[in-house]
Design a protein around this ligand. Sequence first.
Ligand code: CTP
Length: 400
Amino acid sequence: MQGKRILLGITGGIAAYKIAFLIRMLKKSGAEVRCIMTPASCDFISPLVVSTLSGNPVGIEFWNKQTGEWTNHVEYGLWADVLLIAPLTASTLAKMTIGNSDNLLLATYLSMKGPTIVAPAMDLDMYQHPSVKRNLLQLESDGVSVIPAESGELASGLEGDGRMAEPETIFTALSSFFQQTQSGRLIGKRILVTAGPTYEAIDPVRFIGNHSSGKMGFEIAKVLLAEGAEVVLVSGPTQQSLTHHRLEHVDVVSANEMFDAVKSHWESCSSGVFAAAVADYKPKVVASSKMKKSDVDPTIELIKNPDILAWAGQNKKSDQLVVGFALETEELLANGRLKLKKKNADFMVLNSLADDGAGFSVDTNKITILDAHNKQTEFELSSKREAAQNIVEYLIKSIQ
Ligand code: CTP
């Protein structure tokens, strides 16, 4: 933790008294600590204690009424390596999800350049409330890491989930956060990932699509981010969501839109992982108004879409690496080999719909990696997260 700049946000819950211990631990480990307290938290722990232990003035208001000095939330956001909010009350949680900035801590959260970690603390029933659960999920999808509350005796006398994680647990979570960001093997690399299906319009209400859930591509993006990479994720319509301060997410609908997004980002990326299930064909003519039912069965003429992976393979520089996917129902290896060559990929991730547990809507996958030197590596059936880790591991070894 030596030299790490930790901005600690304290909100008004009884667990605030435990923050004194956390500040001491952080200071002892060599971290620099600055604190922002919400006005409500000052009833639970004295700003004098927080200021004395952290060795820095405490920010509470936007401006100091005595001195007339302005406290700059933007400067706090630029200074900090991480913003840790502990304890996080239901009220501050709700305000964070809607971008409310009615106190110094919330304005700082919105100005943060680096990541935010929170440790919620509330009473049993509050913690179980659907709105709190929903807000925590929202915060996670906004890219905030949540250190879950623990189970135990609560200030109300009740017992159950809602107790703020102990200072030791928060300290450990922070240390592993710094370890992870320091040891990332893809720090400084920008990697493009395509994910999900594409929808090809027939008319304003109908399209040709496929069953791709986008899970595999999103899991790959998550593993790349955990390894420190910057990720450009170009995804077709999916239910998946992901936010991260190193993620640029480009939403597209059709293969042509995906192709445009890939072309405009490819130059700036050192590798591309093409996990999208791109529609090979699209209707030649898109009706401008809804097609009406008629007595004559319609025929939709299809024309080829651009092959995005093949374009990247043909347009890669010597230091760019291209990873393709091939989903086959038969002749997995022979078809995979053909695609690898045709699309000039560095390696292909093969999966067969014939394998149990592999395919679109399941959470597992069984992959084989085939590289340009005809080396073939088979992996056991695993979760899509583990499959993503195996693919990223292979990518890291290939670029070393
Ligand atoms: N792909 C692409 N653009 C397309 C079609 C496919 O970028 N228009 C990419 C996919 O993202 C995947 C790989 O090519 O990485 C293989 O896709 P797949 O559908 O298995 O192969 P196709 O070339 O479409 O061959 P086929 O459908 O005949 O098996």
